[in-house]
Design a binder for this molecule. Sequence first.
Ligand code: AMP
Ligand code: MG
Length: 349
Amino acid sequence: MDPRPGHPEVLALDPVRPDPEQLAALADRMAAGSLVAFPTETVYGLGARIDRPAALDRIFAVKGRPATDPLIVHVASIDALDGIVGRVPDRLTALARAFWPGPLTVVLDRGPLIRDSITAGGATVAVRVPAHPVAAGLIRAVGTGVAAPSANRFGRISPTRAADVVDELADRLAPGDVVVDGGPTPLGIESTVVDLTGPRPTVLRHGGVSVEDLVEVLGALDAPERRTVDDDSASPAPGGLLRHYAPATPLVLVDGDRQRVEELAVALAERSVPARSLDLPADPAAAAAVLYRTLREADGTASVLLAAVVAPEGVGRGVNDRLFRAAHGRVVTDSSPGTVDRLVALARA
Ligand code: AMP
Ligand code: MG
């Protein structure tokens, strides 16, 4: 938390019918170069206008995000993509009809309005039309694209409540910046990212729109389960870093059921290692909705955190992907003495 009274500025808005005058005032702030953190249906984003280069630079500074990690540009509708993307492929029209507004991000050739800082110098740009009334209303009031990554420090757990944004960023935000409080974000994990620039559509990140639903619209597509590199210093496909969404307490992903998690927790307790199981709901959508809040609340309450994978269907692929990265790729499949030894060593490291 930041000791300065009234900092950062937090503005509560009705998540269903946000006040148009307050949205217009926020748009004025962004026109003046301020950053606005706002709720979307996925997680809270930290937004800047795409035509305010100093504000874009500040997104990277505030998050501690490397300049090699490109930003998603949020627009009001598919008709607002002029100058932001190059050619609009037929596949985009089909995807937009099915999933926009909603938690789907599409990677396309970049247009002339897009600066290098947004794309990390690349030839493509990621775009999305959010559905949350606060995000949608704000972008409409702004009248141009809003670049907005998740409103957390780089590598940390994404924020699903305004208080999370304040915890993450208070001491880094400047006077004039605003955190909008529009309540908890309904979906709870990030958008699905689909790259349409290659010969075959490719899922770069699993998220709010399921692969099953994408296949219905696109037909054949590539959807690898886990896109990661083992070396965080290498520059992988953007967002492909292994360590991401991470609590400070080490997390271990258990490829098994809850009973396996319980066995591990008991075995660790017998070795005097306090372990805590995350107890996510079995239903993938319900698990997504509470995933980041659960990680935040469990962080620091034990020496090691344990989470069972959820069913790999629907948004469950996205949940497992986030858990895998939050666990820094540590997955166990049994509760053998050797496995328990490894977890004891991890907890004591
Ligand atoms: P965040 O907004 O914090 O969820 O992160 C944005 C993510 O969008 C990146 O980490 C990538 O996964 C993805 N992304 C943004 N721009 C591109 C791009 N041009 N090509 C591929 N992926 C992108
Ligand atoms: Mg992020």
